[in-house]
Design a protein around this ligand. Sequence first.
Ligand SMILES: Cc1cc2nc3c(=O)[nH]c(=O)nc-3n(C[C@H](O)[C@H](O)[C@H](O)COP(=O)(O)OP(=O)(O)OC[C@H]3O[C@@H](n4cnc5c(N)ncnc54)[C@H](O)[C@@H]3O)c2cc1C
Length: 399
Amino acid sequence: MVISDLVVVGAGIVGLAVAREWIFRRPDDTVTVLEREAAPALHQTGHNSGVIHGGIYYQPGSLKARLCVQGARLMYEYCEEKTIPHQRCGKLIVASHRDELPRLDDLEARGTANTVPGLRRIRAGEIGEIEPNAVGLQALHAPNTGIVDYGAVARSLAADIRKAGVTVRFGVDVTSIDRGAPAVIQTAADPITARVVIVCAGLWADRLARRCGAPRDPQIVPFRGAYLGLGPTAPRLNGMIYPVPDPELPFLGVHITSHIDGSATLGPTAMMVGARDAYTLRRLNARDALESLSWPGTWRVARRYWRVGVDEIRMAASRRAFVAAAARYMPGLSVDHLDGSRYAGVRAQAVGRDGSLVDDFVISRDGPVSHVRNAPSPAATSAFALAAELVDRVSRSGV
Ligand SMILES: Cc1cc2nc3c(=O)[nH]c(=O)nc-3n(C[C@H](O)[C@H](O)[C@H](O)COP(=O)(O)OP(=O)(O)OC[C@H]3O[C@@H](n4cnc5c(N)ncnc54)[C@H](O)[C@@H]3O)c2cc1C
C-alpha cells in the first residue's frame, strides 16, 4: 500500500498554497492534491473581485487581521517573482453620510492596529485628488491595496508544485475520509491513504468535515455576488472605491473595482442562493437548498437581516438600483455606463446555528485530518500566510 505523506483536498488558491508550503519545507515527502473539477480555481478562486486586500476591516488579533497583512506582502512578492500581472492601484473607503463617520473612525483604528501599510485618513478635498470622480465627506486611503487575477496565481501555483514533485489529480471527487493512521480518503474511484490530510474544499468544506465526523456547526450557506461591467464611457477610475461597510455583515458593500485586464466592475451583491455553484441566478440544487433551509442558522440570518435581503433582491432585479448603490460615492455614474457584461461568484459563508455570520477564518483538526471550515474574503489575499499557518499547526502537533 502506498501512503502519501500529505493529501490536500481542493485545488483552489488555499489548497494549492498549502501543497506548495509543505513541499518547500519537506521536499522529500510525497504530496498529492485531489480536485473534483477538471482544472484549478473553478470556484471562488476564479470568481472574485481580484483585490489584494490591505487588512483594514478585520478585528485586531484575529486570524484574518494577521494573515491578510502577511499574506498581501507574500502575494506581492510571489507575483513579482513569477511576473504575474498585478498593480498596487490603491483604494478609497468613502463615507458619504455623517452617520458613517464613527464607523470610518473604527475602520481607521482597526487598520492602524493591524499595521496596514500607508493607511491614511483624508478630507473631502483630497478624495478628488486620488479619484477625480469620487465624492464624500471623508475617506480612508489604502495605497497598498492592489489587484491581480487569482485564477492566474492558482494556475502558476499548480505549475510550481508539479515541478517540485507534487501530484495534482483532477476529476477526483472525495466522498469521505476515515481518520485512521493512515487516513483513508474515499473517492468515487480508488481509496487513497495518507499520513496527513488537509481539506480546503471552499463551498463544500462543511460537507466533507461532517462526513469525517465533525459537528455540523458552522454550516456553509452560499451567498451569490453579482458584478456588472463598466464600459469605456464610464467615469475614470484610478483604483478602487468602496463604501463604509455595515459592521454587522462580513461583506464589504458594492464597490467599483479596476481589474488587471483593464476592465472595471460594480459589485458584488450578497444574496443567499439555493446552490453552491449558482453562477447563474436560476441555478438551483435541491440538496444545497435543502441543507440551507434545514439549518436553523439560515432562518435566524433571514430574520435578522431581512431588510438587507430585500435591498439585495432589488439590486438583483434592477440595474438602476445596483448602479444607485455606487452612485452615492461616484455621482456621475449611470446605467448608460454599463457595458452589458456580467459575472458572478458564490461566497462560502459559514453560518453558526445561532445565526451568526462567522467572520474569522476557521480551522479545525481531528487526528490526521485538518479542515479549513471558513475561508471567505480575504482568503485569496491571505493564501500564502494561511497555508503557512495550517502547515505550522500540523507540524506543532508532532506529525
Ligand atoms: C464574489 C466574491 C468576491 C471575492 N473577492 C475577494 C477579493 O477581492 N480578495 C480576496 O482576497 N478574496 C476574495 N474573495 C474570497 C476568495 O475568493 C476565497 O476566499 C478564496 O478563493 C478561497 O479559496 P479556497 O481555495 O478556499 O476555495 P475555492 O477556490 O472555492 O476552492 C475549493 C476547491 O475545492 C474543490 N472541492 C470541494 N469539494 C471537493 C471534494 N469533495 N473533492 C474534491 N475537490 C473538492 C472545489 O472544486 C474547489 O476547486 C471573494 C469571493 C467571492 C465569492
